[in-house]
Design a protein around this ligand. Sequence first.
Ligand code: ADP
Ligand code: MG
Length: 197
Amino acid sequence: MSRESRPSIVGPDTPSKPYPLFSPKTTVIAGFGRGSADLGIPTANIASESYKDILNAIASECGYDTGIYYGYTQVTPTQGEPKTEMVGTRKVEYNFGSKLRKGIDTDLVLPMVMSVGMNPFFKNKELSAEIHILHNFEEDFYGAEIQFVILGYIRPELDYVSKEALIEDINTDIKVALKSLERPEYKKYMKDEYFSK
Ligand code: ADP
Ligand code: MG
């Protein structure tokens, strides 16, 4: 798939089978810290039990499950004592979303792109899912609650020759997600009762 030829809107005008796929409420966990450090594109990693059913639904309908998806998400602070977790040599501060700004970062429904791929840590046996929220957060929110609805599929996972090519494709994914989600039959999920007001 050449980059120049990528369409700016993907998927039908109305989400169609297997979408919409709603996640259960789940938790933002630590990944390997690659998103921000290497790419400048942070991704909220989510616990595997929260997306197994969704991936099965996609796999049985479409015959694939890895790739890049788009939809909407909402982040909500939870109760929890602040804690520090070591992930390798990296320190991850869990603040459970206590630094999120009410009405700016929370209570809203935000567009997102989600990447589903093989987690190299598990030697290609375990899928992992990560969500890049199209919103400017000022603080991390490890331990916060997150829920999301997947409304469409953008592209398969690809092997990249360079980091620049990967970043360029992710930036295209973001534009495609935003344009695709602007359509009325997609936008209406922002107001769905699944999300909290
Ligand atoms: P990790 O490997 O631990 O997931 P990342 O570099 O991917 O590390 O950073 C992810 C963290 O950055 C998220 O858990 C979240 O707390 C924070 N974050 C800040 N802005 C965003 C955003 N726009 N989308 C997703 N996560 C974000
Ligand atoms: Mg991440």
